[in-house]
Design a protein around this ligand. Sequence first.
Ligand code: SAM
Length: 251
Amino acid sequence: MVYFIGAGPGDPDLITVKGQKIIQEADIIIYAGSLVNGRIIDCRKPDAEVFNSASMTLEEVIDVMERGVGEGKLVARVHTGDPSIYGAIREQMDILDEKNIPYEVIPGVSSFVASAAVIKKEFTLPGVTQTVILTRMEGRTDVPEKESLESLGRHRASMCIFLSVHMIDEVVEKLKVHYPMTTPVAVVEKATWEDQKIVLGTLEDISRKVKDAGIYKTAQIMVGDFLGNQYEKSKLYDKNFHHGFRSGGNA
Ligand SMILES: C[S@@+](CC[C@H](N)C(=O)[O-])C[C@H]1O[C@@H](n2cnc3c(N)ncnc32)[C@H](O)[C@@H]1O
């Protein structure tokens, strides 16, 4: 059996209990050494075989899985954050399907939610926005034209931009087509790692601040008025608002 496991954003305590149990029992561990905190696999069996996928091709990863499963071994494929987001797991799952190799996916804490946690913000503020957009700038991997940052910006929703901090100038150029220059921006590098960095600013000054902080990779760019202080209180906890779990109200 192969388990795809979301390792979480960095802090080794942020993997799920289920994911950690599988790593403890795994005979073979394949992990993305460039992004996954090595401490995540410290709990492995002493004789577990470990492979760093950073230096492997897709075919090599699949070969290790196929051999392991053929020998009746438990294989843990460890991805950073949650594997469903820029995780390149679909291509692995499709090949496993073709080869009739069974697998399961254990979700993880994505870096975008970890980044909101470390700056103590809520993406979906009532009266501000109820939508979160997860995206990236085109780089070596294309982004469909209809999803350009300029067009997504039209919604002025909360936006989390992955894989793009090294292009912060271009990101700002595209965002300012629709977001006012006063829109707050937070950049979090290595959220929840010991050397995490947080930079707060606006579209006006974030580029300079990010460069001054020396942030070039492994960062979330978060944009939108959810980072500000204007919002309406939630109806869920409003004493005048009745719902299925609470009928009391003022009465
Ligand atoms: C290949 S993607 C993987 C994303 C991952 N699957 C997730 O759910 O967070 C790598 C990008 O995720 C973001 N990222 C990953 N870990 C991060 C962290 N601890 N703090 C901030 N951003 C992070 C960065 O934008 C980085 O360039």
